[in-house]
Design a binder for this molecule. Structure first.
Ligand SMILES: Nc1ncnc2c1ncn2[C@@H]1O[C@H](COP(=O)(O)OP(=O)(O)OP(=O)(O)O)[C@@H](O)[C@H]1O
Ligand SMILES: [Mg+2]
Length: 266
């Protein structure tokens, strides 16, 4: 084990090849060290929560996984293969979908159009190739199927403009969009932060639905009850390092907070 490996792994790690693996990532901003040799593993069909205090490096870590930042050092592997993401589109093309808290959906567009944002379908034949006509009915049909597959009962009509939906429904649209089109990994940054109890529960159910469909999820959250409700494993960031990886079975919420704040070690 190298000196900068900070991993403390008190609980058994799942077997097999991780879908996504980061090894010893370093990211500095001038003299500020955002990430100091952080490793992370995401296994098939698991929900991995990332927790940590403000400034612990959660967002920086996610940005390095999704091409928003290029790490100074370290490596990233997707299905065991080395990858180098230079921009967010690279990660997205490789199957890593990220839902950011604020810029998740386009309010003026309807649900179906949001699901297909950036990947619009054209009509077959000349209408589509020459006149670039959109295949609206095809997209709506597929959007309905996607919404149904994820069991989002709250979205009855995919032709409703997203601006008319509640916060939780909008978040559901953003998650559905990330989960569509065969994504390999879905990353959710504080998906329940702005939501009420009922809406939060809908998003948590959606995360469980993704796991049932074998899509692994990375969930960044400050909400311990939510984390302990849905996570299989919990990566604890502290001061730019991974302090521990724990599970809801191995540790209590109080333990997790103590590790996060440095009051305890795993
Ligand atoms: N673009 C940047 N320029 C300079 N410093 C940065 C930049 N991005 C992050 N940092 C610094 O890196 C460290 C980690 O920040 P990061 O945003 O990853 O924390 P976080 O865990 O997401 O915190 P929060 O819970 O507040 O969102 C902090 O000290 C932060 O100030
Ligand atoms: Mg952050």
């Amino acid at each position: 084990m190298s000196l900068i490996e900070d991993a403390v792994e008190p609980t058994p790690t799942p077997q097999g090849v991780p879908v996504l693996e980061a090894k010893r990532l370093v990211k500095t901003f001038g003299r500020v060290v955002g990430l100091d040799g952080v490793s992370l593993q995401l296994f098939p069909g698991e929900v991995l929560a990332v927790i940590g205090d403000n400034g612990a490096g959660k967002s920086t870590l996610i940005k390095c996984l999704t091409g928003a930042y290029v790490p100074d050092e370290g490596e990233l592997r997707l299905d065991g293969e080395l990858v180098h993401f230079k921009r967010p589109q690279d990660a997205r093309a490789a199957g890593i979908e990220t839902v950011y808290q604020n810029l998740a959906v386009s309010p003026a567009l309807d649900v179906a159009a949001n699901l297909f944002l950036g990947r619009e379908r054209r009509k077959p034949g000349l209408a589509g190739t020459l006149f670039r006509a959109l295949d609206r009915s095809g997209m709506r049909k597929e959007a309905r199927e996607q919404v149904q597959k994820l069991g989002i009962s709250t979205l009855q009509d995919v032709t409703v403009a997203v601006e008319n939906l509640s916060g939780g429904q909008r978040q559901a649209v953003a998650v559905a969009r990330a989960a569509a089109f065969g994504s390999k990994v879905v990353i959710l940054d504080e998906p329940t932060a702005a939501l009420g109890v009922r809406e939060s529960n809908q998003v948590l159910e959606l995360i469980e639905r993704l796991r049932e469909h074998n899509v692994p999820v990375i969930l960044i959250s400050h909400n311990m009850p939510h984390v302990f409700q849905v996570a299989d494993r919990i990566h604890v960031q502290r001061l730019g390092k991974r302090a521990a990886t724990i599970t809801p079975q191995s540790h209590s919420m109080t333990d997790a907070v103590a590790i996060m704040t440095g009051a305890a070690q795993a």
